[in-house]
Each structure stands twice: as C-alpha cells, then as structure tokens.
Design a protein around this ligand. Sequence first.
Ligand code: 0GY
Length: 308
Amino acid sequence: GGFVKTPGWLDWYDGPSQPHFQLPPGAVDAHCHVFGPGERFPYAPERKYTPCDASKEQLFALRDHLGFARNVIVQATCHGADNRALVDACVASGGRARGVATVRRSVTDAELQTLHSAGVRGVRFNFVKRLVDFTPKDELLEIAQRIAPLGWHVVVYFEAQDLPELWDFFTALPTTVVVDHMGRPDVRKPLDGPEFGLFVRLLREHPNIWTKVSCPERLSVSGPPALPGRCGPEQPPYADVIPFARHLVQTFPDRVLWGTDWPHPNLKDHMPDDGLLVDFIPHIAPTPELQRKLLVDNPMRLYWPEEC
Ligand SMILES: O=C(O)/C=C(\C=C(/O)C(=O)O)C(=O)O
C-alpha cells in the first residue's frame, strides 16, 4: 500500500463524452489496462512510474458508456510480471475480457495454464526504454516458443527509431505478433517516407504481424481540438495522426485492432476524452465494413476464435 502516483501524471478524463460515432454491435476495446488497487495488487518494485489506481469496475463502466461489448486488458509495466490485477478483471468480466500478460522465463507451465483458464491469450514484450530497463531477447524468444502451443500471440511495444534493430527479432517470432500503437510513428515525417515505409514493409512482408491503430493522443503534434467537444469533419481530433492510421486500416484491413488505452498512463500534457477517441475511429476506418473488421471481426478472431 501507500503508493503515490508519479507527480505530473494526469488521471484519466472524468466524465467522458458520449461518442457521436455509433460503435457496431460486439465492438471490442482491444487495448486497455487495470491498475491496482495498490493495497491489493501492489505495483512492481522495478516499475518506472506509479499510476493512479484504475479498477475493473471503472473499466467496465467505461466499456458500457462508450458502447463496447468486450475488452482486451493488457499488462502494463507498472505491474511488471505480476498479472494478478489483470487476471482478477478477466475472471470478473464473465468472459467479456481477455488478457495479454507479462511473464518471465521462470513462469511454470501450470502458471501458464492458470493464465489461459482466466482468459489470457497473449504475452507482451515492451521495448520502450522509458518504461523498461532491459529486454533480454533470448529470454523473450524462449517465452514466445513456450506460449505458441497455447495458441497465444505476442504483443510488442516499441518506438519507431528502434524498429531496424528489432526487425530480425520480430520477424523470427513463431506466433502472430501485434504491434502497439503503430510502432509509434513520428507523424511529423512524411507518410510515404522511409521511417513509416519501413513499418508498412514489416506488415506487407510478414502476414503474421498485425498492428493496433490506437493512441493518437500519444503521437499527435497537432493535438486535440482547441475546444473540448468541438470535433467534427471540419476539425477531426488528432488530425496529423489520421493519415498514418487510415493507411494501415485500408492497406491491412484484416490485421488491425483498436483500443482506448484507458486509463492512459504516463500522459502529462493533456488527457483525452475517451468519447472523443471513439469519434476518431470513422476518420481512420471510413466505411462500415472497415469499422466492423477493425472493431469486431479482427479482435474476435484473435481473442475469441471459439466464437467465430
Ligand atoms: O499504455 C500504453 O500502451 C502506453 C504506455 C505504457 C505502457 O504500455 C506500459 O507501462 O506498459 C506508455 O506509452 O507510457
């Protein structure tokens, strides 16, 4: 107990607006977290930040408010390889939440089976240097080989400038690989430039690699609309991110996922209104078919294949 949130980190947006965009039935928020409560699910000693507590009840209330049917809850580095909060939320969801856990090479087969029974369907490898100190690739490859027989996949989070160095590791993984937040492109660089071009080449050359087209608030330089709630065709939110996300949705329509990233850890400048983030979706998935693939078909195929 007694965890104090990292000074300057913002709490999530209180009272998110009702989205204008009507989510399709069965929509999945495929990237979100639960944090703590710290006295029950302590934060990891090796963490680089301490978040505010963010409960499963608050996550499920947001799910219902926005109009999602299901969640994919992703382990964040503040909980390290202690997946208890994630497991608790997945079990409490009654089958409406799946999980992506963090494990170490010491994880036992019995522990993996327990995670699977709770609804875990993947592991997360984080390469963002401000979040983790070291990423022993031999350990991560060993973990990927151990979880492949479970039918799990690997979620990876990295920064665009590190893709060249990580390329061989990602393309050697024996599972489906899902990239968080488009590999964090620098949206000041051209859409058809070499940096984003390398990321597009990664997906074009490797059909087992998917991407989340989420977190415009982390990537945008133009930022949210000047006035809260003033958001429409004339002033889309996070306009500079739209071309990058839309290109990925239109080029790889069967390999994209979307998530709120609630409760948005490590944001200091502004905190997005989750209703506004949902209104971002039609700008990057402009047809009902693309919206259904992004929000329903793709996440269901990956996380609830037994229902497809
Ligand atoms: O929540 C996100 O996906 C983004 C962040 C944090 C983490 O992923 C994490 O701590 O595991 C971030 O960019 O700070």
